[in-house]
Write a protein that binds this ligand. Structure first.
Ligand SMILES: [Fe+2]
Length: 361
């Protein structure tokens, strides 16, 4: 985004995946990943999936997206979903989806088991696709107490909108003691500053799309994205902004005291926190704590951005709270899976077995 600086240097958060003889992250690699996750709130495991494994993920995503009866997510970017700017949908618990999810869980067990016990529920297995013309999400925290995983099943460029994170803004006991005991206050100011810029970025973009050749607005789309009374936390909806009906960013957050603080500290905030955009290569897996500030940017390229996602609870979780932030497929609701279930499930077959499987299919 031009309106403010976003770094593309993710090297401080990356760990090249080294697997042991059982196909799981080697101990030293898992330990390094946990240290980075604790320090920054996310870790990027490069090369965790082979090209063949990533291809399986892409095939599962494509099958789901092509299904007219797919189960679309209900927690974020509904308007983008409606106008096919995004396609966020959950994957059914078929044996192949479960095997793919099991492969991922087993490979990162050494990291995720530091946070999630075996009995903790899998909240969602989903795919997040975005197309040209989508809105940049506001910087937000997902419901707390969850570890989320994104797997790149093909290369994702910056233009396609790899997820943006604000490293070091995750919440834990004593985190507020940082920055002279004002860490959470500074984080909220930084978030407000970013979201103000995101609002203008989205509005300018939508205005330009009125006469654009590509990604032209559909009838009623401008009104639905800017003046609708419908709930959607990630649109540049001026009506809901003015009425204070958007919990991510609204006029209520811009009282005189806060605006003054933002103005006085605008440069100091940029020294304390920075936005980092990921552009994961095929086979890369990102793990992040759900309370880390982040956002899904808009896709500024003509190529769809597809990504596989999965979330696992770190604690017991109230069903209402669960469904506010995650959309399990009805088949997952009917037959719940825990982290332990996925550790015990059959993973994708090894490459040689996979060839035999294809030949006999
Ligand atoms: Fe999110």
């Amino acid at each position: 985004m031009k309106e403010f600086s976003v770094s593309n240097d993710t090297s401080a958060f990356e760990v090249p995946a080294v697997l042991d003889e059982n196909g799981r992250l080697a101990d030293h690699c898992a330990r390094q990943a946990v240290t980075i996750m604790d320090t920054h709130g996310l870790v990027i495991l490069t090369g965790l999936l082979s090209d063949d494994e990533a291809d399986v993920g892409l095939e599962l995503i494509s099958q789901t997206i092509e299904d007219p009866d797919r189960s679309q997510c209900s927690f974020a970017s509904e308007t983008d979903n409606r106008y096919l700017r995004r396609d966020f949908c959950s994957l059914p618990s078929t044996p192949r989806v479960t095997s793919f999810a099991a492969t991922l869980c087993q490979r990162v067990e050494g990291v995720v088991s530091e946070y999630c016990g075996r009995s903790r529920p899998v909240l969602e297995i989903a795919t997040f696709t975005s197309y040209l013309g989508s809105s940049h999400q506001y910087i937000h925290r997902d419901p707390a107490g969850v570890i989320s995983l994104f797997a790149a099943v093909e290369d994702v460029s910056e233009q396609q909108g790899g997820t943006v994170f604000v490293p070091g803004t995750h919440m834990y006991g004593g985190a507020d003691n940082n920055h002279d005991g004002r860490a959470y206050e500074w984080m909220e100011l930084f978030r407000t500053q970013c979201n103000y810029r995101i609002l203008w970025h989205n509005l300018k973009k939508l205005w330009g799309m009125r006469k654009a050749d590509r990604a032209a607005l559909a009838p009623g789309e401008f009104r639905d994205r800017v003046f609708s009374i419908k709930w959607d936390q990630h649109q540049p909806n001026l009506l809901r902004f003015v009425l204070g009906k958007n919990s991510q960013f609204s006029l209520r957050m811009l009282g005189p005291r806060r605006v003054w603080k933002l103005y006085r500290n605008r440069e100091a905030l940029d020294d304390l926190f920075s936005l980092v955009q990921t552009a994961p290569r095929k086979g890369t897996v990102i793990l992040y704590r759900s309370d880390l500030l982040h956002a899904g940017p808009d896709n500024r390229s003509p190529h769809a951005r597809r990504i596989f996602g999965m979330s696992i609870a770190r604690d017991i979780i109230d069903p209402k709270y669960w469904h506010d932030g995650y959309s399990p497929h009805p088949s997952l609701t009917d037959r719940p899976l825990s982290f332990g279930d996925l550790l015990d499930s059959a993973p994708l077959p090894a490459p040689s077995q996979r060839v035999e499987h294809r030949l006999s299919a």
